[in-house]
Each structure stands twice: as structure tokens, then as C-alpha cells.
Design a protein around this ligand. Structure first.
Ligand code: AMP
Length: 179
């Protein structure tokens, strides 16, 4: 089963896809996570895309499509992918169609999450990610518990693109290019 989870930034696509990934033994393919990994590792690609991701704009389709192909073509993930944050515009959607045909796969389910801009602002500005295990919290909706085993205060970080101005820009990008 392949799934696309779709919705504006801050719609909790990442958290929901983690539940689905575990429950149905799928592989979560988050383009945002892949890009952040490149940025954190300071690879050549990471340095190229840092300012784009920070500003809330979209990274070029060529970069994204090649990241996607390396995973869709891998037999280990055959018919087991949950796409989180991809496709994000029409050329990416067309590319995904071509890749699915090429590797004899299809999308079985599309889940669309709908959230208002007011809630999105709180979700984005309140988001905290554990730098050790990747678990996602929210200061307003899902604060970390005091006695967490892993996610201690010093490990909880804000994403660089999680501020109100960039949130509004990312929401606008979603409305213009993705929706
Ligand atoms: P996300 O973690 O999905 O919110 O993505 C964070 C940022 O990574 C976005 O604001 C974009 O700058 C970039 N990004 C993630 N996925 C894509 C994509 N499919 N196409 C272009 N840029 C992307």
C-alpha cells in the first residue's frame, strides 16, 4: 500500500504519518526530513538548499525528484511508502506518476488534512523536535512530559523555519503551488 498524506505546513502530516508508518509497517518518505538531514550533515546539497528551506520557498523539482526516485526504485520500499510533503506542485505530481508507472506501483490512498491558518501558526511556532530521537512535540497542544526517557529539555529544538513570518510564507506557497 502506498499513501500520500497531504495538507498545509503544520497540519501534523509528520506526526500522523509516523502513526500510520508504525501501524501498517510502511516507510515514511518525508522530503522535508531528507532535506534537513542534508543541511545538518552540511553536504554540498545541504549547503545549496539551506537558505531556500529557511525562507519557506520550494527546493527545485530536479533535486526533489532525484531524492524521490532513489527511494521509489528501491525494492525494499516497494508498495510500502507514505509520501509526506511530496508532491508539492504539478511538475512533482507528474513526475510521481511517471515513477509509479516505471516501477510498477500506484497510490492507494490520499489523506488530506485541513487546518486553518490560526491553528497552523500555533502548531508551527510551538513545535519542538527531539534532536536525539526525532519525536515531535508542541508547546501548546502536546507538551513533552517531565519524566520522558529520551526527550530532555536540552534535546528539544525548534526548526529554523518554524517562525510566524516563514509559517505565513509556507502557507502561501501551499495555497499557490500545492493545493
Ligand atoms: P516540510 O518538512 O515538509 O514542512 O518541508 C520543509 C521545507 O523543505 C519546505 O518549506 C521546503 O523548503 C522544503 N521541501 C520539502 N518538501 C519539498 C518538496 N516536495 N518540494 C520542494 N521543497 C520541499
Amino acid at each position: 500500500m502506498n499513501i500520500i498524506i497531504f495538507g498545509p505546513p503544520g497540519a501534523v502530516k509528520g506526526t500522523q504519518s509516523e502513526f500510520i508508518e508504525k501501524k501498517y509497517n510502511l516507510f515514511k518518505l518525508s522530503t522535508g526530513d531528507l532535506l534537513r538531514e542534508e543541511i545538518n550533515k552540511k553536504t554540498t546539497l545541504g549547503e545549496k538548499i539551506t537558505s531556500i528551506v529557511k525562507s519557506g520557498s520550494l527546493v527545485s523539482d530536479e533535486i526533489i525528484n532525484s531524492l524521490i526516485e532513489s527511494i521509489v526504485s528501491n525494492k525494499k520500499y516497494n508498495k510500502k511508502i507514505i509520501f509526506d510533503g511530496y508532491p508539492r506542485n504539478l511538475p512533482q505530481a507528474k513526475n510521481l506518476n511517471e515513477l509509479l508507472l516505471k516501477y510498477n506501483q500506484k497510490i492507494d490512498i490520499v489523506i488530506r488534512l485541513k487546518v486553518s491558518l490560526d491553528v497552523i501558526k500555533k502548531r508551527i511556532t510551538g513545535r519542538l523536535v527531539c534532536s536525539e530521537c526525532g519525536k515531535i512535540y508542541n508547546e501548546f497542544f502536546n507538551p513533552p512530559l517531565k519524566n520522558e526517557m529520551c526527550c530532555k529539555k536540552e534535546f528539544l529544538k525548534k526548526r529554523e523555519d518554524d517562525n510566524v513570518d516563514v509559517a505565513i510564507k509556507r502557507f502561501k506557497t501551499y495555497e499557490d503551488s500545492t493545493e
